[in-house]
Design a protein around this ligand. Structure first.
Ligand code: TXA
Ligand code: MG
Length: 340
């Protein structure tokens, strides 16, 4: 058992000046250096197709503890272990028929499977928050898979932001939150999907969708012939982890959802046609003038950051349909708007 009490207390940002964070290029030398750093126990941010992850050797509890310290994250939250291919994932978890179908259909890609941890699996207790299950994912971008293959061990990685902040979709976002607190960021440009992976638990019985994300519910339902259990949230049950806390994706400004019009001084986050009152907005960004949900997801977190930086007290968000990727977008927006 790991001593969860031994996690180093996170330092305030101003105290951490000893090690500036390296920005590594996404070439052979950069990947090799990122892999060397992770293998030596350091924390390195790297791009996945969803958002940037804050990676450390998932088999090394001290390295995993450094993730929690850098993020100032509630320490009992389980992390996703990232792997370069299905075969490596099968060595860490017990896959039932449904889990296998999902892995074959969606990996590499924006899906995380929570499965029983294998007894001979290598993901440490701390990364699993002491649970008997393990969250596994094979990312959709070749750069992440190259890095993971080179490291040769599962890499624990939550989103590379400070706890409670908006997830990063570029190396600049990572540095804005974590410069000086982590060894390096591998700069692979902007993350194309823009919302985190969908999390599905396959723990016996019907698979359960724990978090909507980059793989749509409809696509999953199709592969499972409709056999997907009700969400925890919809069933009115307590969320399984602090990662699902209502206010997890919070900008500093207050967020007002389903805004049909804009009040003077608000920052406006738009989707589709401009609403009345836009001329009085303090700032505005349109996630997709053509009302395209894929485009909207890819720019969501960056837009929240930019509008937050405008200094407006309120970000008014236009209504966004909840079909397809809209489910994940609306889930993140509801969390951003939750009281805290
Ligand atoms: O797209 C993503 O999933 C990104 C990139 C970096 O891969 N990662 C990410 O990690 O979003 P994180 O730590 O922010 O979210 C992990 C989610 C949390 O909601 C956590 O509670 C859930 O996965 N999770 C992890 N292990 C679990 C387990 N054993 N049982 C239930 N939920 C688990
Ligand atoms: Mg996160």
């Amino acid at each position: 058992m790991n001593d969860l009490g031994s996690i180093p207390r996170a330092q305030p940002h101003s105290d951490v000046v000893a090690c500036p964070t390296l920005r590594l290029a996404a070439d052979a030398a950069g990947i090799a250096e990122a892999a060397r750093l992770v293998a030596s126990g350091a924390v390195v941010a790297f791009p996945t197709e969803t958002v940037y992850g804050l990676g450390a050797d998932a088999t090394d509890p001290e390295a995993v503890a450094r993730i929690f310290a850098a993020k100032e994250r509630p320490r009992f939250n389980p992390l996703i272990a990232h792997l370069p291919d299905i075969d490596s994932a099968l060595r860490e978890g017990v896959f039932d028929a449904a889990a296998l179908r999902l892995a074959e259909a969606f990996w590499p890609g924006p899906l995380t499977l929570v499965v029983p941890a294998r007894r001979d699996g290598t993901v440490c207790d701390l990364a699993r928050a002491g649970l008997d299950s393990v969250a596994l994912r094979v990312p959709g971008n070749a750069l992440a898979r190259d890095l993971l293959a080179r490291i040769g061990r599962p890499v624990a990685a939550p989103s590379a932001n400070r706890s409670g902040r908006v997830s990063p979709t570029s190396a600049d976002h990572v540095l804005a939150d974590l410069d000086g607190r982590i060894a390096a960021v591998l700069d692979g440009g902007s993350a194309p999907v823009g919302v985190e992976s969908t999390v599905v638990a396959c723990l016996g019985g019907m698979p359960r969708l724990l978090r909507p994300g980059g793989t749509t519910r409809d696509a999953i339902l199709k592969v499972l012939d409709g056999a997907l259990a009700e969400d925890e949230a919809e069933a009115g049950r307590a969320p399984v982890g602090p990662g699902l806390l209502a206010s997890h994706y919070a900008p500093r400004a207050q967020v007002r959802l389903d805004a049909e019009s804009i009040e003077p001084g608000e920052a406006a986050l738009l989707f589709g046609a401009p609403p009345p009152g836009l001329e009085h907005a303090a700032a505005s960004l349109n996630l997709s003038p053509d009302a395209d949900l894929v485009e909207a997801a890819s720019g969501l977190f960056a837009a929240l950051r930019r509008l937050d930086a405008s200094g407006a007290a309120i970000i008014a968000v236009a209504p966004i349909p909840s079909s397809g990727l809209g489910e994940a977008i609306n889930d993140r927006l509801r969390r951003a708007a939750a009281p805290r």
